[in-house]
Design a protein around this ligand. Structure first.
Ligand SMILES: C[S@@+](CC[C@H](N)C(=O)[O-])C[C@H]1O[C@@H](n2cnc3c(N)ncnc32)[C@H](O)[C@@H]1O
Length: 262
């Protein structure tokens, strides 16, 4: 089944609107993955993010771009959705943040070689036509020793149940009336590790990204959000997302581009 990446143009004006399903990423995945990425940076000796050059591949509404910009990074965001880019730009400007948003795809990044200290691609790898081309371009954009952060969805029965059945197909709970994901495009950690290595990106760490507390009331919340009785923003905060030991659904990690030989 072809996935509908046009949805980011159709409803991308509302990324920051709590009643928009795209806003689900704001209160759930975004704080969890940003905390993890920041902890990796600290553990690897970055005492501050100030002045780091960051590339956001598939920047959407700019949820992560704004976090990195607020931390002092110089951020370039790339996305194929014009509406999303405009929304992200408008929101950043209103918040007094300068973020350089550019139209493009991960397979052909509109950036120069070796110009970023870090790059990240979050909830995007399972949307792209050519994973290897995206990773090759990412490696090209990173400076030697640069860090690559990602999160994506595992191709397991759990990934299918949660992301395809519950979020996309079951009428009682689904968030979208269009296929935003295709199970066959999900990526196992082993596949991603091998693909990273093909492009000179060595896996540094991997962890699950999911619910820290399993509470069946969240299914009811999803139904209420579907009916417009609870905003997706509020629903996303209730999910209590974070680092978890299981990688069976969403997972995140980082890789390092080999330093140049002196
Ligand atoms: C689920 S959203 C994630 C947005 C953002 N990264 C976040 O996590 O908040 C997926 C994004 O990937 C973008 N996208 C789709 N295909 C892409 C590609 N080939 N290269 C880069 N971005 C792409 C979409 O336009 C959309 O903004």
């Amino acid at each position: 089944m072809a996935i509908d990446n046009e949805v980011y143009d159709r409803i991308g004006v509302g990324w920051w609107d709590e009643s928009n399903p795209l806003n689900l990423l704001q209160g759930s995945l975004t704080p969890a993955r940003y905390d993890y990425f920041r902890d990796v940076l600290l553990a690897r000796g970055y005492r501050t993010l100030d002045g780091l050059r960051a590339l956001d591949i598939g920047s959407g509404g700019g949820f992560l771009a704004e976090r990195f910009a607020r931390a002092g990074c110089t951020v370039v965001g790339v996305d194929p959705s014009t509406v999303s880019l405009e929304t992200a730009h408008r929101h950043a400007s209103a918040a007094g943040l300068t973020i350089d948003y550019r139209r493009g795809v991960g397979e052909h990044l509109p950036v120069n070689d070796a110009t970023f200290d870090l790059a990240y691609c979050c909830d995007v790898l399972e949307h792209v036509d050519d994973l290897d081309a995206v990773l090759a371009e990412t490696a090209r954009a990173l400076a030697p020793g640069g860090l690559y952060f990602f999160d994506t969805i595992n191709r397991t029965w759990l990934g299918k149940l949660v992301v395809i059945k519950i979020m996309q197909e079951w009428r009682w709970t689904r968030m979208f009336d269009t296929p935003v994901h295709d199970w066959s495009m999900f990526i196992t950690p082993a596949e991603l590790t091998a693909a990273l290595a093909r492009h000179g990106l060595r896996l540094g760490g991997l962890t699950g990204l999911g619910l820290r507390t399993a509470d069946p009331r969240r299914l009811l919340d999803m139904h209420r959000a579907r009916q417009g009785r609870l905003t997706y923003g509020e629903f996303s905060r209730r999910l209590n997302f974070g680092r978890v030991p299981y990688t069976g659904a969403n997972y995140m990690g980082y890789a390092v581009k080999a330093a140049a030989r002196g």
